[in-house]
Design a binder for this molecule. Structure first.
Ligand SMILES: [Ca+2]
Length: 202
């Protein structure tokens, strides 16, 4: 009988994106070993040390952030290997559905955003009927108004729209106050626009 001295190959799978409160599944099925893998253990720290077992494992992040997850695989002879993946857990700040009234008219929306720490702020616009909208992001910290972004967003030809929506991202600084203004929608009466505001600290 030969002794297995060949370590397994660990494969933690691709990096993942999820939302706070939504289960995400780690998939280590691409790991292998000639004599078989005895166990798969997933470890990470999201404020506490976490240990999950199984070739796949599900977890619900309750804290927004970017987390490195380590997969450790062990074969029957005790040889080990590790691989890592990164999980980005976004916090959904708010969602809204805007509907253009019959007879037309304006549909405006204004949100204020004041992150405690810096990170990536993202607005996703999923359109059902609207053709375009003007998006304005202002930094209004301490009463000073400076323009971060202003553009007309084309909701007809935007990449992956309308299935996944038009995604606009900005780097936001902590302790700043931002004002997000959507106005000047164009589209027939009854058009709907779903807006989601999300934030990833760091
Ligand atoms: Ca082996």
């Amino acid at each position: 009988m030969t002794v297995d001295t060949v370590p397994p190959v660990a494969d933690a799978g691709p990096d993942l994106t999820t939302y706070v409160g939504v289960a995400v599944t780690f998939d280590g099925t691409a790991s292998y070993d000639a004599s078989g893998i005895l166990d798969h253990v997933w470890t990470f720290n999201d404020g506490q040390d976490r240990v999950l077992s199984g070739v796949t494992a599900s977890y619900v992040f309750e804290t927004a952030g970017t987390f490195v997850v380590t997969l450790t695989v062990t074969d029957g002879a005790g040889n080990v290997a590790t691989d890592t993946l990164t999980v980005a857990a976004w916090a959904i700040l708010q969602e809204a559905v805007l509907t253009k009234a019959s007879g037309g008219g304006r549909v405006d929306l204004e949100w204020t955003f004041a992150p405690a720490s810096g990170g990536t702020w993202r607005l996703t616009l999923v359109s059902a009927g609207f053709r375009a909208v003007t998006l304005e992001v202002l930094d209004v910290t301490a009463g000073d108004v400076s323009k971060v972004f202003r553009d007309r967003i084309d909701l007809v030809s935007c990449t992956r729209c309308p299935e996944e929506g038009a995604r606009i991202t900005f780097l936001a600084e902590g302790a700043h106050v931002y004002q997000i203004v959507l106005k000047g929608f164009s589209g027939p009466a009854g058009s709907e626009l779903i807006l989601q505001e999300a934030f990833l600290p760091g």
